[in-house]
Design a protein around this ligand. Sequence first.
Ligand code: PHE
Length: 347
Amino acid sequence: MKDELKKIQEEFKKQLKEVADFAGLSDLEQKFFSRKSGEFTNIMKGLRQLTDDVKKEMGQKANEVKKDLEGLFESKREEIQAKEMANLTEREAIDVTQPLLPKKERGHLHPITLAQEKMEDVAANMGFIIEDGPELESDYYVFGALNFPDDHPARESMDTFYVLENEDWCMRAHVSNMQVRLMRKYNEGGTKAVRAAYPGKVYRNEALDATHEHTFHQFEAFVVDKTINIGNLVAVIKQLLKGLYNRDVEVRLRPGYFPFVEPGFEMDMKCLFCMGKGCRVCKNIGWVEMLGCGLMHPNVLKEGGYDPNEWSGLAFGMGLTRLAMMRYSIEDIRHFMSGDLRFLEQF
Ligand code: PHE
């Protein structure tokens, strides 16, 4: 019996050494300790047939061996567990430097839309109502209400698309059609100051080249109040451009003619790329032509329902494409409407 115990002990140790995983461990446990047929269990069963003295002695011996084997078994179990955990952290490790695959395709807003939304934000924060209006418009709001006399050459300069056989209607050539519309909407019988900004699409019958398109976007705004002056005009525009470009801008006024403002100006901004030194974007001039502006003509105020002896106004309008070109240093305007993803994906 003693020899048998010794033999089993040796055998167990030998086989335990070869166990490498939990499955092997469980097999070994079955083989030696299973209740029905485990090799060690059988020896314990055999104890019953012995005489009491021997049983006591052998029982003690068997228990010692059992304890020994259980201890070995337990430390093997721990060893395997530690190994499995180490493997696990290796198997399931996350490499945070690995690029995302597959690359996610994400859309985004068009650069002109981005410029427009930014301008709307800045203007709204300055107390301007943001408005929208018709693109197919009566000749009256586009020209007549804005102090364009009939047959005035300024009408021609706009290269307007008229509705065939009905020249009372056209595709608006500028968003200034909103001036009289909005004054009438908000003036409360000519008693109320108004600040409004209105982005939108405009249409002109122009030859398509690097700087012109038949359809483009404008952003315009006006203020009607008492004692509006040119200082107000410049301050408001500078504030808006500062909001768009996130920095102070330098501007200059040149005389400009628009029938609906008096005096009227063209405004230039010091080129943001070269800071006035001269570069590709400003065509080496150092300044970029940004917008038309002026103080509202009394005839326009009158048309909008205000008494021009009491009320005054400022207005300015610009091409959003130009603003975006300046912002992103793009020299060919046709890119914007080309739908070319290689261009658009850069924003
Ligand atoms: N509507 C003019 C244009 O399209 C711009 C402008 C707006 C000029 C307001 C003066 C005042 O060129």
